[in-house]
Ligand binder design. Structure first.
Ligand code: NAD
Ligand code: UDP
Ligand code: UDP
Length: 318
């Protein structure tokens, strides 16, 4: 007998989680969004609340959760340095205890489970671009460690539940992703630059701006999530998902100024501790495994719609 798939999304009220919930509903699933609203907000999902196949639950994943589902996307975790360093112990607990609880749930009900891991598992990488077999260069006691090591330990747990209990796991290593619904105050570079430019304020570059990142628009990433989840059990990852188009932070600032028409100046501030110098995903594995998946939205188009989103947000709330 056919029935709707019941899909749990932890962190479903966040930037990526809310877009994922939307996509899963469009595909005809029953979607359960679990979030403690630390960095997520009801505003991100308010338009879904009256949909009969959407359900919202306030819950912290560091505590056990008993329900019946077919698939789990585990996204709960603050993602920006400002937020994950606000309460670093809670950040590690969210990644580690959260993973244990969601894996325990997946084991009990036989659900397939996806982990939102991160390019931060590579730390400040000595291999460029980063391939999945690179083991990383993370400072285990630095200010970013609560996030990086928490996510690394979560990966360990996923692979041990896979080996020990036969769980069907999908581990995605997500590279910098941006777009509408990014938290306006989370200090990530794309949102910071756009908001500064729209307010006509100076653009804050940390360090000399020669460090690089590769920015993926959220629609491309969500497509990768869904395709990875649909693979057969032999595909566990870890799999890089991101956009290989790499630019310097200075260049990003200049593009944002140009696209917003702002008169902002560039100002240079200290580079935060352990800030990676370069980052670019090698997506060969994803391309070969996910039916030729690759990002299709250019930085120009993605920045255009993100600027539009923040322009509207500022017009509404200041
Ligand atoms: P986000 O901060 O917008 O979303 C995270 C969500 O998790 C929020 O809604 C937050 O309230 C919720 N949350 C945090 N702690 C929780 C807890 N203990 N229990 C329940 N909910 C909790 O960030 P995002 O950018 O949407 O990131 C989603 C996931 O993707 C995160 O796991 C993040 O580490 C990962 N990721 C994101 C990026 C990126 O560039 N956006 C890159 C790499 C990895
Ligand atoms: N757990 C949960 N929901 C479930 C099943 C388990 O939250 O439906 C949690 C529970 O708190 C447990 C953890 O997941 O501590 C790990 O579960 P597992 O069965 O792997 O180990 P154990 O119960 O032996 O600790
Ligand atoms: N960054 C910056 N100005 C800002 C915010 C960030 O120059 O206002 C830099 C930051 O130091 C880093 C890069 O931009 O080198 C990306 O930062 P973000 O926090 O967005 O992501 P992550 O460092 O986690 O990749």
């Amino acid at each position: 007998m056919w029935r709707r798939k019941r899909v749990l999304v932890t962190g479903g009220a966040g930037f990526l989680g809310s877009h994922l919930c939307e996509r899963l509903l469009e595909e005809g699933n029953d979607v359960l969004c679990v979030d403690n609203f630390f960095t997520g907000t009801k505003d991100n999902i308010v338009h879904l609340l009256d949909k009969p196949h959407f359900e919202l639950m306030r819950h912290d994943v560091t505590f056990p959760l008993y329900l019946e589902v077919d698939e789990i996307y585990n996204l709960a975790c603050p993602a920006s340095p400002i937020h994950y360093q606000h309460d670093p112990v809670q950040t590690t607990k969210t990644s580690v205890h959260g993973a244990i609880n969601m894996l325990g749930l997946a084991k009990r009900v036989g659900a397939k489970i996806f982990q939102a891991s991160t390019s931060e598992v590579y730390g400040d990488p000595e291999v460029h671009p980063q391939t999945e077999d690179y083991r990383g260069n993370v400072n285990p006691i630095g200010p970013r460690a609560c996030y990086d090591e928490g996510k690394r330990c979560a990966e360990t747990l996923f692979f041990d539940y896979h080996r020990q209990h036969g769980l069907d796991i999908k581990v995605a290593r997500i590279f910098n992703t941006y777009g509408p619904r990014m938290h306006p105050q989370d200090g990530r570079v794309v949102s910071n630059f756009i908001i500064q430019a729209l307010h006509g304020e100076d653009i804050t570059i940390y360090g000399d701006g020669q460090q690089t990142r590769s920015f993926c628009f959220y629609t491309d990433l969500i497509e990768g999530f869904v395709r990875l989840m649909a693979t057969d059990k032999t595909v566990t990852g870890p799999m890089n998902l991101g956009n290989p188009y790499e630019i310097t932070i200075r260049e990003l600032a200049e593009r944002v100024i140009e696209m917003t028409g702002a008169k902002s100046k560039l100002i240079f501030k200290d580079l935060p501790a352990d800030d990676p110098l370069q980052r670019k995903p090698d997506i060969t594995f994803a391309r070969n495994t996910l039916d030729g998946w690759e990002p299709t939205v250019s930085l120009e188009d993605g920045l255009g719609s993100t600027i539009e989103y923040f322009r509207n947000l500022i017009a509404k709330h200041g």
